[in-house]
Design a protein around this ligand. Structure first.
Ligand SMILES: [Fe+2]
Length: 264
């Protein structure tokens, strides 16, 4: 199974006169075209799809994502508006059409996907309240032997000096680690939010943070090499429990990833 991950596109309205508006739209357009060339089985979008969560931004987002061939699975970021996102993607049956949380599981692939909602309205930091903790522990308990990949916007761990105390309540990020470490079928956690590429061990599994697709807010990438090209991740399942994560630079005529890292 091949999974493409994109994150933090921060799309602005089509009518915006900000220079970043056309740049960010172009980044996503190029990423989508490149992803189609890789023929993944699924595309995971780890939040901050839009800048302000407005219907106009979601309208452009839908337009830019429409050419995707593979099924698309989204979780909200702190920049998203859950109701507007739900409305814009009302044809996505996996997205709950009511309730406070946009979390769900996807059962139709060889790897089980679990989307975790770490957002709360008006809150920049991550949240995983007791209701969501119970939901996650419950769904992971349902299928303890099936390889499972988690995705979420807010990383539940610090990243050097760049991202410290990313959850409003530290006990909630600790609870997330406790839950995941109790379920050995979890093969990885995919995150966004920091705009900075990171790979680390966490809670007995491997975690990855995607840099932002929007290149004007991207950090931690060698821009002399990337040269303004959008970057996304390709996660390839090897056997039942191993994933190799490649970083893909869009428009790379060589067709090769620039590094490879063993997730598990
Ligand atoms: Fe972001």
């Amino acid at each position: 199974m091949l999974i493409a991950q994109i994150s933090d596109t921060h799309i602005l309205p089509k009518e915006s006169d900000q220079p970043a508006a056309s740049l960010r739209a172009d980044c996503l357009r190029r990423a989508v075209a490149d992803i189609n060339g890789q023929k993944p089985d699924a595309v995971i979008f780890t939040g901050d799809t839009t800048q302000h969560g407005s219907p106009e931004e979601y309208a452009l987002l839908r337009e830019l994502l429409a050419p995707l061939d593979a099924p698309l699975y989204l979780v909200p970021g702190n920049r998203d508006n859950k109701d507007a996102l739900r409305t814009a993607f009302s044809d996505h049956p996996e997205l709950p059409d009511s309730g406070d949380f946009l979390h769900y599981t996807v059962e139709k692939h060889s790897v089980r996907l679990v989307a975790i909602d770490s957002t709360s309205p008006g809150e920049r930091k991550g949240r995983l309240c007791p209701l969501r903790q119970a939901w996650l522990d419950g769904v992971l308990s349902e299928q303890p032997d099936r390889p499972t990949l988690l995705f979420i916007h807010h990383p539940p761990f610090d990243v050097g000096d760049h991202y410290v105390g990313g959850y409003r309540r530290q006990e909630e990020s600790v609870a997330l680690a406790d839950i995941v470490s109790g379920h050995s079928q979890v093969i990885g956690l995919l995150c966004g939010h920091v705009h900075w590429p990171v790979e680390t061990r966490w809670a007995g599994t491997e975690a990855r943070i995607m840099p932002s697709i929007a290149v004007d807010v991207r950090k931690g990438v060698d821009e002399t090499e990337a040269n303004g090209r959008p970057i996304y991740f390709l996660h390839r399942l090897l056997g039942a429990t191993a994933i190799v994560s490649d970083t893909r630079m869009v428009d790379d005529q060589k067709g090769d990833s620039d590094f490879k890292c063993q997730v598990k």
